[in-house]
Ligand binder design. Structure first.
Ligand code: 9MR
Length: 447
């Protein structure tokens, strides 16, 4: 991603003109025009989505489809994109039911989360009996074929689902896929990236909501390792299946924030909370608020529409009752979304303009560099002159800790002035972000 900063030539006064962080400005403008009346519209006010799992065999149910079309802007196939559904016989792919869901969603302008390319469960029979290189290759071929078939239509793929063990080990779950070698997960992500470069690639799991649980820590370490080695991963999905034995943890926000700080989006992917009434409603609003409080929490998906559609219907865990009426939990989520003002991702476009007292102009282009849990790199390329002065302004609590290919000085804690040092017209720097992922403001002038 790049942003271009252009100086205005032949302006006589030195004046800094505009500094419009477009993304933040637009997103923070909610919800002044009044509360939104659907989950999707309310989530969109902060740039987020609100989704649901959809079952193909319910698309003929008018109550179900009515709520789906009205309330949600993201759709996950509940079972229809899983390995057993899409490759029932080896090398023979079957997309009929998945396509019904995808087409219905796209016709209604909704986006799609793909679920799931590789999983120890719901494997077709032929795969369950495989092992070693044959299984590894079959898995990679499956990832490639399915992600290629849906290329361009999927917002985010759950590339790998539920690969970590429950309990205190913090390690991988034993499975036929795991026994093909510990690198099976990264191999799946690389295959998915090659097949659909436009889809966000997620790791998705359950019981990863409590920051202090070993499983959460194990997944965190894997994502941290993937980011440090350049394995293509863009997001982590938190299934968020809650009940009295597995309640919404008080540190949920911490969990989402810590993962986001690794440089990935986080998404709540299969939310349901067993219970009823105000207790359930409060838990739902708590989860919603936790997402809203994390800039990179890009959306929430509930795992079904009505309680009777749920995989655990007896726990009445969803937002609509069996007749399709809105429950207290629905209202609490809607209110939380309407109250939320959090932004999603760092601004993706910024305009800054600087006048140039000497006449003539220069252009500075900022590009994102590598990201780590505590810092990120940025790079600026200047054109129009070899004799530039570039100002890089970071926002608190960010601070620049290193620079290269420039001679730099600091006017204040936040403002760095960079000049050429004989290394050309591209220079870089490292920013400790302190949880603030916003890009710096960059402006240039001719010296
Ligand atoms: O909701 C799904 C249910 O209809 C299936 O029978 C079940 C089979 O494994 O999968 C359910 O969805 C699961 C999802 O794919 C992954 N996370 C856990 C979900 C609930 O079991």
């Amino acid at each position: 991603m790049t942003l271009t900063v252009k100086s205005v030539a032949r302006v006589s006064l030195v004046s800094t003109l505009v500094l419009a962080t477009v993304g933040a400005a637009v997103l923070a403008a909610s919800p002044a025009s009044g509360a939104a009346s659907t989950l999707a519209a309310a989530a969109q006010q902060s740039g987020r989505y609100f989704g649901t799992a959809v079952a193909a065999n319910k698309l003929g149910d008018s109550t179900y489809v009515g709520i789906l079309n009205r309330e949600f802007d993201m759709v996950t196939a509940e079972n229809e994109m899983k390995m057993d559904a899409t490759e029932p016989n080896q090398g023979q792919f079957s997309y009929g039911n998945a396509d019904r869901i995808v087409n219905q969603a796209r016709n209604q302008g909704k986006r799609i989360r793909g679920h799931a390319l590789a999983w120890h469960s719901q494997q077709p029979g032929w795969m369950q009996n495989m092992s070693g290189t044959a299984l590894r290759n079959a898995m990679l071929n499956h990832v490639t074929q399915v992600a290629s078939y849906y290329r361009g239509k999927i917002y985010a793929w759950d590339v790998v689902n539920e690969a970590f063990a429950d309990g205190s080990s913090g390690g991988r779950r034993d499975s036929n896929l795991q026994r093909t070698g510990n690198d099976w997960i990264e191999a799946a992500f690389r295959a998915a990236r090659a097949a659909d470069p436009g889809a966000k690639l997620c790791y998705n799991d359950y019981n990863t909501d409590n920051w202090s649980h070993a499983k959460t820590q194990g997944v965190y370490r894997m994502v941290q390792d993937f980011k440090s080695r350049g394995v293509p991963i863009d997001c982590v999905g938190f299934q968020a299946h809650f009940n009295s034995g597995n309640p919404v943890p008080s540190n949920y926000h911490t969990t989402l924030q810590n993962f986001a700080a690794l440089g990935v989006d986080v998404q709540i992917t299969e939310l349901d909370i067993e219970g009823s009434g105000s207790t359930q409603a409060q838990q739902y609003s708590g989860v919603t608020q936790a997402c809203l409080a994390v800039a990179r929490c890009t959306g929430i998906t509930v795992w079904g529409i009505r309680d009777t559609d749920s995989w655990r219907a007896s726990g009445t865990p969803l937002l609509f009752d069996g007749s399709g009426n809105k429950k207290a939990a629905y209202t609490s989520v809607l209110n939380a979304l309407n109250a939320g003002t959090g932004t999603t991702t760092p601004p993706t476009s910024t305009t800054t303009t600087t006048s140039n007292p000497g006449g003539g102009g220069c252009t500075a282009t900022y590009s994102e560099g590598e990201k780590w849990n505590d810092r990120f790199n940025g790079q600026v390329t200047v054109s129009g002159t070899d004799n530039w002065i570039v100002t890089v302004t970071v926002s608190s609590p960010q601070r620049i800790i290193a620079t290269w290919n420039t001679s730099a000085s600091w006017d204040s804690a936040n403002v760095m002035t960079a000049r050429p040092n004989g290394s050309g017209n591209t220079f870089g720097f490292t920013i400790m972000h302190g949880g603030n992922w916003n890009w710096p403001a960059v402006s240039c002038r001719v010296a």
